[in-house]
Design a protein around this ligand. Structure first.
Ligand code: 9UX
Length: 68
């Protein structure tokens, strides 16, 4: 499965790393691509291991908002 999350509040490379790292740390997430200029985060994952809600929480824990 693949999803594009719309993340608000990422403005620098550290933001990008935080979000990328948080998502990559979730079991079941296989690939994360962050586009800093648009806030679009492309995530490939195994839906039997991780949910979109898990991803949302991981991103929000880093201090960024996921726009539904
Ligand atoms: Mo610095 Mo990126 O506070 O938020 S990590 S702009």
């Amino acid at each position: 499965m693949e999803i594009i999350l719309d993340v608000k509040g990422m403005t620098c490379g550290h933001c990008k790393s935080s979000v990328k790292g948080a998502l990559e740390g979730l079991e079941g997430v296989t690939s994360v691509k962050v586009d800093l200029s648009t806030g679009k985060v492309n995530v490939s994952y195994d839906q039997t291991l991780v949910s979109v809600e898990d991803m949302r929480k991981a991103v929000e824990d880093q201090g960024y908002d996921v726009v539904a």
